[in-house]
Design a protein around this ligand. Structure first.
Ligand code: FEO
Length: 391
């Protein structure tokens, strides 16, 4: 994709990765992604804000060539992760006078991960500014979104925020700006769930930090640019601050149908009582969808049969994922069927140790469910409804 001008002297120079389908060899990317890098040309100095994934280095270098950038003064590195800093060594080689501008913490990451030459790195303090002539960059330290070294860059007087990963979305699109809000909302929520949610508490502090900052444009490093910043800011307010909703998330696996029968019964009982349920058949599910559902859930119920004296590995994976993502959920339970003994419950609950959830009485049964088991599931549904109604 060729360079595109956002405002006078401010250009998108990144890369669109239409075909990438997995991030970190873990996170599904159904819609690809982009690595947005930006060029800011002041009257005196020129700065590149972030680079791109090293697999797309050619796109960035071609774009700088198309804009006839023969001299680069600064490369601002908001975040050391390789999808944004991976092309830094090539850029430093191409522009031997360019200095890296980053946080002190990021400096050590760049030296370790990119073997960046230390003498070319200039560290900046929180809120330090750098004039480019007519335009000024302000660096706002924002650790843990989602690595410890992260910062946001704010361009004055244009009122453009370059927040790197924060407010991003994994979408490959030819549109520079958000056009389809529904599509971007879904992708941004998936992105938040998978990448930012574990750091919700510290993200609250960073959102507070930029509250009151006049922002006309949010230009993240993944996905389309926000010309209506309130759209993504309001979404983050909801995801980060709002209490969990009247929603049960039910990831399950069933080998021979007994656990599935219990899942079906519990889901119907909950829905009849006005609770929204999202169920996920774990061997076939998109874990990004499960992560998204966890953003709003009040209760997580994990359904698993007993296998090899413990929970099914798919159920352990779901519990591990929920534990790692640290959603707002307040309650949890376990349902499932066994043929003989094992440590299903202990292993699932110990895997959820990060979550501050109250365990609602599980329903674990021998064999195929019978009437008494359905009554136990009714009782669990009643417990959930009662807990969701508590203030
Ligand atoms: Fe898009 Fe944390 O890298």
């Amino acid at each position: 994709m060729r360079p595109r001008e956002l405002q006078e002297g401010v250009f998108w120079v990144g890369a669109v990765d239409w075909d990438r389908r997995l991030f970190d060899e873990l996170i599904p990317l159904p819609d690809g992604t982009s690595y947005n890098a930006y060029l800011v040309k002041g009257t005196e100095k020129t700065a590149l804000i972030d680079t791109v994934d090293p697999t797309m280095a050619t796109s960035l270098k071609e774009n700088l060539k198309r804009l006839q950038v023969t001299t680069l003064d600064y490369v601002v590195v908001n975040h050391a992760e390789q999808d944004h800093s991976g092309t830094l060594p090539q850029i430093l080689q191409l522009y031997p006078d360019a200095k890296v501008v980053t946080t002190p913490k990021c400096r050590s990451f760049l030296v370790a991960l990119q073997l960046a030459p230390e003498h070319r790195i200039r560290t900046v303090e929180d809120h330090e500014t750098l004039s480019l002539g007519g335009q000024t960059l302000e660096f706002i330290h924002a650790p843990w979104v989602h690595w410890p070294e992260t910062m946001l860059t704010y361009l004055q007087p244009n009122k453009i925020l370059f927040p790197c990963d924060l407010f991003g979305s994994h979408i490959a699109t030819s549109d520079l700006y958000v056009t389809d809000e529904g599509m971007v909302y879904e992708a941004a929520k998936r992105y938040y769930a998978e990448i930012m949610m574990p750091f919700r508490q510290v993200i609250q502090k960073n959102l507070e930090k930029i509250k009151g900052l006049p922002i006309d444009v949010i230009a993240p490093s993944h996905g389309p640019i926000h010309r209506k910043p309130e759209f993504i800011q309001e979404a983050y307010q909801d995801w980060v601050y709002a209490p969990p909703k009247n929603l049960v998330v039910l990831p399950y696996v069933s080998m021979h149908g007994s656990t599935k029968k219990m899942v079906d019964y519990l889901v119907e009982a909950l829905v009849a009582k006005g609770v929204t349920v999202q169920q996920f058949d774990l061997p076939r599910t998109d874990i990004g969808k499960l992560a998204m559902a966890l953003v709003d859930a009040s209760t997580i119920v994990i359904g698993s049969p007993m296998v090899l004296a413990g929970p099914h590995p798919h159920a352990v994976y779901a519990a591990f994922l929920a534990n790692a993502l640290r959603p707002k959920a307040k309650f949890a339970s376990v349902i499932g069927s066994y043929g003989w003994g094992g440590r299903l419950l202990e292993q699932i609950t110990s895997t959820l140790s990060n979550l501050k959830v109250e365990l609602l009485e599980p329903v674990l049964i021998k064999g195929y469910p019978t009437d008494k088991d359905f009554r136990a599931l009714d009782r669990l549904a009643d417990d959930i409804v009662q807990k969701h109604e508590e203030p």
